[in-house]
Design a protein around this ligand. Structure first.
Ligand SMILES: NC(=O)c1ccc[n+]([C@@H]2O[C@H](COP(=O)([O-])OP(=O)(O)OC[C@H]3O[C@@H](n4cnc5c(N)ncnc54)[C@H](O)[C@@H]3O)[C@@H](O)[C@H]2O)c1
Length: 350
């Protein structure tokens, strides 16, 4: 078992590799009651718990539907009807959609009550549950409504991954690989020898990958909790990735879109930050090794450019990319013309 401490509006531990139920049981004695949120599609994997605290269960609709304003309204009503107070606890067991929605509920209920995240997808373990961002979607875009509200603890038990599809494991690995390029060469070395079919239930190896990825994210968010450039490095591959995700109408998983965005960011980095060709090729080979896409439709470029500028406007910043000049050496790339973007895009176009 390993523990990584994150410093944010409060300090909390990310516990990796322990049995989630025993870790949870030992963390909740001070709370009167517990509100469990989980995805209804995962219900069969959530055991009925015999814990001393009074427990209430709320199944959420699967996927992004958990992050709708309608679902949140139902969650607030349910909390109100059951009379949840500040001495109670929210526990979110699920993928990033569940931890985002239940985390946002915790941020807003009584202006903020304690919550614990138990991520059950790789993307949730290495990304969504760590860093304190919680939120839901609006009709106008993903994650537009939200709040920083860190959990009291994150409990990561990689045995959850046993039932996760290869596609979702690979999507989570996109964020792991991203983390390697922005902050830890040893992650890339581990992925170099990783075989998805052979290693998907190798919990020692998965725990090492998770631990190193969480360590990078934790160091970044601990030094810059609320998004100035420090935190922005986590967006490596995401500027184009978000646009691809939207362009695909969410047919691509977030991690798949980020994979394409990472290869694009690597090419941009080669042109504008002097990144070695060999590291650009390493992006492609590691991502393809775990079955992730690395190219996208040539004809989509005008729409992707439009989507990136809408995203830029709605978030009130200039269009900028995160680049790297070497592994772990991040820098901003700003002020590109659309021709310069097109030039790098041509390298990933098919
Ligand atoms: N807050 C943040 O900092 C942050 C960071 C990254 C992503 N996110 C958010 O996370 C969400 C994506 O998270 P995700 O990729 O985990 O998606 P998800 O929560 O939709 O889960 C993917 C699918 O896997 C299923 N699933 C979950 N656990 C499983 C298990 N153990 N076995 C089998 N199936 C399982 C789910 O039911 C779902 O169908 C997005 O909404 C994204 O915006 C948030």
């Amino acid at each position: 078992m390993s523990v990584i401490t994150v410093k944010s509006e409060h300090q909390y531990d990310v516990v990796i590799g322990n049995d989630w139920l025993s870790e949870l049981t030992s963390s909740i004695s001070k709370y009167d009651r517990i509100a469990f949120f989980y995805s209804e599609s995962q219900a069969e994997h959530i055991p009925k718990l015999s814990i001393e605290n009074e427990m209430h269960y709320f199944p959420l609709p699967d996927g992004e539907s958990a992050k709708s304003a309608q679902t949140l309204a139902q969650m607030w009503d349910w909390m109100g009807a059951a009379g949840f107070t500040r001495s109670d606890l929210v526990v979110a067991i699920g993928g990033g959609t569940v931890t985002d929605a239940a985390g946002f509920l915790s941020a807003t209920w009584l202006r903020g009550i304690d919550w614990i995240a138990i991520p059950t997808t790789l993307a949730g373990m290495v990304d969504a549950s760590v860093g304190g961002k919680t939120g839901i979607n609006s009709e106008y875009g993903k994650n537009l409504i939200g709040s920083f509200h860190s959990p009291r603890k994150v409990i990561i038990d990689s045995k959850w991954l046993k039932t996760l599809s290869n596609r979702d494991v690979a999507a989570g690995l996109a964020e792991v690989i991203k983390t390697g390029f922005i902050g830890d060469q040893s992650i890339l070395d581990l992925i170099q020898n990783f075989d998805l079919d052979r290693d998907r239930n190798n919990y020692d190896l998965l725990n090492q990958l998770i631990e190193r990825s969480v360590a990078v994210k934790s160091a970044v968010v601990s030094s810059d909790f609320k998004e100035s450039f420090g935190r922005e490095v986590l967006n490596y591959g995401h500027t184009l990735g978000h646009a691809v995700e939207r362009h695909s109408k969410y047919a691509l998983r977030h991690g798949e879109a980020v994979s394409i965005g990472l290869v694009f960011a690597a090419h941009l980095s080669q042109i504008h930050c002097g990144l070695d060709e060999q590291i650009v090729q390493q992006h492609i080979s590691l991502l393809e090794k775990v079955g992730l896409p690395t190219t996208y439709e040539r004809a989509a470029l005008p729409q992707l450019q439009a989507l990136m500028s809408v995203d830029k406007k709605s978030r009130g910043n200039t269009l900028r990319f995160v680049g790297i000049s070497g592994v772990g050496k991040t820098q901003r790339i700003e002020g590109l013309s659309s021709d310069e973007v097109a030039h790098a895009y041509e390298k990933i176009a098919k």
